[in-house]
Design a protein around this ligand. Structure first.
Ligand code: ZN
Length: 221
């Protein structure tokens, strides 16, 4: 199959967006990546993203959104707010950053248009959306329409993981030949520990359970 021309991947340095980068490299001739500095507590995320792009010779840009932290206090950017270990009964968990995906994708779109790119790839998933409203398909479709109207341009926001759970995301990384790089060199942990992570934050639990389920299924053929 002939590859498509070029795409921009929104890359956080975590499991999902890195799997999307692997996917994009297979689908497109030329892949660009963009990451955001929003004063996340774990700046290692950005280093992971940078290192992964270096490894794959992908052009990588980091954009500054550091004021988001002032407007939307949350446990990912503020050291004085403790990460919720379990999902709250109501509302969004305190790891949710108000408006984050909308801002990221909007900035990504402005950058993409400047590069003559229509396809923007993001690793959001409705299956494991952790209660984040801006990971849902309906939001992505709505923003896609809005961006097209705002800039008179035919963007396509592509979400390869939208209907996959974590087990299937591991399977995808493996199929793309990137299981080790995703397992060892990405950062998903809310406590900022690369690879396997702390093991007890919600992001680690989700990632690890998916990995174990996938490995078990793989071993049983
Ligand atoms: Zn963790």
């Amino acid at each position: 199959m002939k590859k498509k021309e070029k795409a921009l991947v929104v890359l956080s340095g975590g499991q999902d967006s890195t799997t999307c980068l692997l996917w994009a490299r297979k689908e497109y001739e030329e892949v660009f990546a963009v990451s955001f500095d929003y004063n996340q507590r774990h700046r290692k995320e950005l280093e992971c993203a940078k290192a992964i792009c270096g490894e794959f010779h992908v052009s990588h840009k980091i954009l500054d959104l550091t004021q988001l932290n002032e407007l939307a206090p949350n446990s990912l950017t503020r050291a004085d707010i403790k990460v919720d270990e379990d999902a709250p009964e109501q509302g969004t968990p305190n790891t949710y950053v108000e408006g984050r995906n909308m801002l990221f994708l909007t900035y990504a779109a402005v950058y993409a248009k400047g590069l003559g790119i229509r396809d923007i790839i993001t690793g959001v998933s409705q299956s494991d959306f952790s209660g984040y409203p801006d990971c849902r398909n309906v939001f992505i479709k709505s923003l896609n329409t809005t961006l097209n109207l705002a800039m008179e341009y035919e963007f396509e926001i592509i979400t390869p993981l939208m209907w996959l759970d974590k087990e299937e995301t591991w399977e995808m990384a493996d199929r793309l030949g990137g299981l080790e790089i995703v397992r060892d060199r990405t950062l998903t942990c809310y406590n900022g520990i690369m690879g396997e992570g702390c093991g007890h934050c919600p992001a680690c639990k989700l990632r690890r359970n998916g990995y174990l389920r996938y490995m078990e299924r793989k071993q049983n053929g």
